[in-house]
Design a binder for this molecule. Structure first.
Ligand code: NAG
Ligand code: NAG
Ligand code: NAG
Ligand code: NAG
Ligand code: NAG
Ligand code: NAG
Ligand code: NAG
Ligand code: NAG
Length: 609
């Protein structure tokens, strides 16, 4: 129902609308924020922002142009076949999301009859390009979450936070939730091809709370990819959840206890989530991955472990998030900004995992970065919520693909963090505000197109003599043949002098007469909102219904037949995805485009499904 309210531009308020999307057979009632775009008041010049972190408009100063100047005319000499060192085969779902369980009701929907339409659209954009999306619902808040009877949670809600006795650095209140959370997840999967991870609470092990295992299998079936066996166990003793000296073999012993308990409960652990446990999800805080492998975890439990996982953020911002003002440990975001604008940051972060990704291949198991983002404890103002993070996230994801990870889940927190790929409006404002799409969502979109839906894609971080850390380059291959090239330019140089000229050639084949190029762009690295991918945007704060806005622009770059090269320019800052053939391009257009247009909904009707 749309009504002309006295709120002027805020014409219609929030109602439940009935989805009538043509690709969808089930009719469900969904949460809908009204369609108008709102120029929401930002802080007046000089005023101090006092709202929540997710919408803080403060920007940083862009770093200077590197001096001396770096290599900008870059030869990219690809080979049509036989390139050594390509990654394992990757799926389009590589770039996934990790949604903190305690905010699942804000992000996914209020309950199974009130699903968030913008969320469906955001996922559909990725499914259209990549075929599917992986989402983990969990995090610290899963560790003491309790599945309770419907009657204990009032007002149609799916979860409540029990604020009695809040502990831990991230101060996540214990959760109580009901089965309808999983029903809602399953309904989302009926609408868009999302597959899910959940986690078994591990804080208390005598006995384990196992209700989630049965409920998740029953409700989600094959849409449940796996169940996480403990979140960041190498930090348990730090946070007082285990005694000092708690070791990888103690953790493995707890997994044995879980199996013993499930045997007494008559649960068949050769089926469902229990045959695809997600482990060990360590942070390299107290244990290295090798210490876990060497403890014999896979010898004992390998048959039930479906995914090997780690969780790593490059650094944390906990002092600012939870410390007192003036705390000397508080990091000035400006001082760490350059660390997010260099490829070397990714290679050094990932280097310690290369032995483990090789080990995972030997074990025949995928190795996943199960939770990550720009910085733990909410990220950094001006970094996590600016174009910096879009370039950083794309380079990081591509480098993980190159490094033989099989996926990376970027974390989504609540209103009080900076790093969200997408943020739903504050509950008390959802009547008139729309969603805010963050920079790492753009990384996800580009990554989805870079990898595409074949499940057969290989990635290679391309080395070039004298290449600087500001301009990483990736070759993307299908069946050993280069099909796309991704080029990132981290430099902020409005003069144009730092524009990259990528001179692409492919030995062993005739160059095409032209290539198609899509750009990820913003005016500066520190810009907030309004980034574009192929000229489409999700706008600024509160401006998105999850569908890209604007006309898609795909550039055609003519190649030089004599030289056998195609030269693609990449602005500073920016990123380009070059499609080396029409096949490489159309491949990503194979899936029927699907969105959930808010204009297609009928007036308010509560189906009560
Ligand atoms: C969802 O919440 C609405 C509004 O509170 C309520 O009317 C409806 O019954 C709830 N649906 C479910 C499945 O709980
Ligand atoms: C909230 O948590 C406290 C402490 O763990 C517990 O004693 C209490 O029963 C919980 N309240 C509800 C409503 O579950
Ligand atoms: C690689 O991992 C294996 C298995 O944990 C371990 O035995 C080996 O020492 C590791 N190698 C290096 C170089 O760390
Ligand atoms: C990834 O795995 C492939 C296949 O095993 C291997 O050739 C390549 O060197 C690995 N890449 C890295 C960065 O470890
Ligand atoms: C929403 O809640 C926040 C925090 O409680 C409050 O500061 C803000 O004024 C509220 N906004 C509206 C529109 O009620
Ligand atoms: C790729 O993998 C996904 C998830 O495993 C699967 O659903 C999809 O059908 C596969 N696509 C192709 C083209 O094989
Ligand atoms: C790399 O830089 C060095 C020093 O500036 C120069 O001598 C060399 O020719 C360069 N190599 C290439 C391939 O550009
Ligand atoms: C990019 O999109 C905007 C907004 O839709 C449109 O006005 C503009 O013409 C587009 N740019 C190009 C080059 O088509």
């Amino acid at each position: 129902m749309t009504s002309d309210s006295p709120l002027g531009p805020l014409r219609s308020l929030c109602f439940s609308f009935l989805i009538l999307a043509s690709t969808v057979h089930a009719a469900i009632t969904v949460h809908h924020q009204q369609e108008n775009q709102i120029a929401f008041a930002t802080t007046a010049p000089g005023a101090i922002y006092t709202g929540v972190a997710a919408y803080n408009p403060t920007t940083l100063a862009a770093p200077p142009v590197p001096s001396p100047a770096v290599l900008t005319t870059i030869p990219i000499n690809l080979q049509n076949e036989g390139t050594p060192g390509l990654s394992i085969k990757q799926k389009g779902s590589f770039f996934g999301f990790s949604i903190e369980m305690s905010v699942s009701n804000q992000v996914l929907g209020k309950n199974s009859s009130l699903i968030q339409v913008p969320f469906l659209n955001l996922m559909a954009n990725i499914v259209n390009r990549a075929g599917s999306v992986m989402i983990r619902v969990g995090g610290n808040s899963q560790e003491s979450a309790e599945l309770v009877d419907d009657s204990l949670i009032p007002d149609g809600r799916i979860l409540t936070k029990n604020l009695t006795g809040v502990t831990g650095t991230t101060q996540t209140p214990p959760l109580e939730y009901r089965r309808d959370l999983f029903v809602m997840m399953n309904k989302i999967s009926e609408l868009v091809n999302v597959h899910w991870f959940l986690g078994i609470p591990w804080r208390q092990t005598q006995p384990f709370a196992t209700a989630i295992i049965k409920a998740a299998d029953e409700i989600l079936g094959d849409r449940l990819l796996g169940l996480q066996a403990g979140n960041e166990p190498d930090q348990y003793s730090l946070h007082g959840h285990r005694p000092e000296g708690y070791s990888p073999s103690d953790y493995g012993g707890e997994m044995s206890d879980l199996f013993a308990q499930l045997a007494t409960e008559g649960l068949d652990v050769t089926k469902g989530g229990m045959k695809n446990l997600v482990s060990p999800s360590i942070t390299d805080f107290a244990w290295t991955p090798e210490q876990v492998w060497d403890s014999g975890l896979l010898d004992k439990h390998g048959a039930n472990i479906g995914y090997l996982t780690v969780e790593k953020y490059p650094r944390h911002n906990c002092a600012a998030m939870f410390g007192e003002p003036g705390n000397p440990d508080i990091i000035d975001p400006q001082s760490v900004l350059p660390l997010y604008l260099t490829h070397d940051a990714h290679t050094s972060l990932l280097q310690p995992y290369l032995n483990s990704t090789a080990f995972a291949q030997q074990q025949g198991k995928p190795f996943i970065m199960f939770e990550t983002n720009t910085a733990a404890c909410g990220g950094f103002l001006g970094i996590s919520d600016s174009f910096v993070a879009a370039l950083w996230g794309l380079d990081y994801a591509l480098q993980m693909a190159h490094s033989n990870f099989s996926g990376a889940m970027f974390h989504v927190g609540g209103q009080n963090v900076f790093y969200n790929p997408f943020t739903s409006p504050p509950t008390n404002q959802s009547a008139f505000h729309q969603w805010t799409v963050g920079p790492t969502y753009y990384s996800a979109l580009v990554m989805a197109e870079a990898i595409g839906p074949s499940n057969n894609t290989q990635v290679f971080n391309y080395g070039v003599d004298n290449l600087s850390s500001f301009t990483p380059i990736y070759g993307i291959y299908e069946n050993g043949t280069p099909v796309r090239v991704a080029i990132i330019n981290y430099i902020n140089d409005p003069s144009g002098a730092s524009t990259v000229h990528a001179v692409i050639s492919i030995a062993g084949t005739t160059m095409p007469s032209s290539v198609k190029v899509k750009y990820l762009l913003a005016d500066t690295v520190v810009q907030k909102g309004g980034y574009t991918w192929a000229n489409q945007t999700f706008g600024g704060n509160f401006e998105s219904d999850g569908r890209p806005m604007g006309e898609e622009v795909i550039r055609t770059v003519d190649c030089d037949a004599t030289a056998g090269t195609c030269t693609v320019d990449v602005p500073a800052p920016g990123a380009a995805l070059v499609f080396l053939s029409d096949d490489a391009f159309t491949e990503n257009k194979g899936a029927p485009a699907m969105t959930f247009p808010t204009t297609a909904y009928t007036k308010t009707r509560n189906t009560g499904m």
